[in-house]
Design a protein around this ligand. Sequence first.
Ligand code: C2E
Ligand code: CA
Ligand code: CA
Ligand code: CA
Length: 277
Amino acid sequence: AKSEGRAQIAFATEEFLKDAAMQKRLQRDLAYAIEDEQLHVAFQPIIDLSTGSIAYFESLLRWTHPQFGPIRPDNFIALAEASGDIIPIGRFVLREALANLRHWPESIGVTVNVSALQLGDDMLVSQVGQLLETHEIDPARLTLEITESVLVRNVHSEKIVNEFQAMGVAVALDDFGTGYASMGYLRDHTFEKIKIDKSFVSAMTKPGNSRAIVRAICNLGRDLGALIVAEGIESEADLATTRAAGCTHGQGYLFAKPMPSADVVTFIRTWQRETHA
Ligand code: C2E
Ligand code: CA
Ligand code: CA
Ligand code: CA
């Protein structure tokens, strides 16, 4: 029966994971995942397109299920939100991100994704402040990535975003362009960074309106004083078009896939040698 289950996973992983009974099972198992050390954080570089150097690493959560193997965050973040486990899990990601940051050059920062429930946690601001103090980290090296749906679901989002910015922590508007009211959020909040969703980036090299839209977002970002990060740069063509459109930063498989924390320092060293040779 066990091998049968495996064969099924290999055949249709996403479908299998999204099955209702399976989702219930995953939600139950996730409650033990932290203490059982099944969760870890991978890091993916974000490149400054004007200098070619590494500006940040994005922290991306990974779950290795003891029976089902690696499970993508898209398949379990919503479960953790529903159960409330996202609170301890989010804290874990912040701890890991800042603990790792201490081993990197000071010119490199880290970004952490924050979910709706987490942003609603009254303790979040003071916890981040405490972590920064404990690790003696310049707050400007931390960026919190927040999606529009997070802002929609949190009536106090403006106040919380302001509190982080008052601490010196940067806030990025993630997945820009995929929501319904993106302009309203740019009107009501100040973001240090805007991340353009990869669906626009991958469409830029094809016929259609994406190139004009990305160019307009970049102009808007410049006028608002925000950095513009293009997500999902997979090819040299993606890099050339996003750079030409005015994106200041880029992230994607062309530069590197998310990597285990143990590989980051070596990656930085190799990257610096190759780009500054
Ligand atoms: P996101 O914040 O938009 O993160 C970017 C996603 O794009 C990551 O998927 C990354 O691995 C993937 N990616 C990066 N470069 C490329 C590329 O060139 N091509 C393609 N096709 N994909 C690329 P990942 O790691 O599976 O994460 C999925 C989503 O899960 C994230 O989307 C984020 O919304 C959420 N997530 C991940 N980690 C956390 C976390 O610690 N907390 C919370 N609340 N959400 C998280
Ligand atoms: Ca993100
Ligand atoms: Ca994103
Ligand atoms: Ca996304």
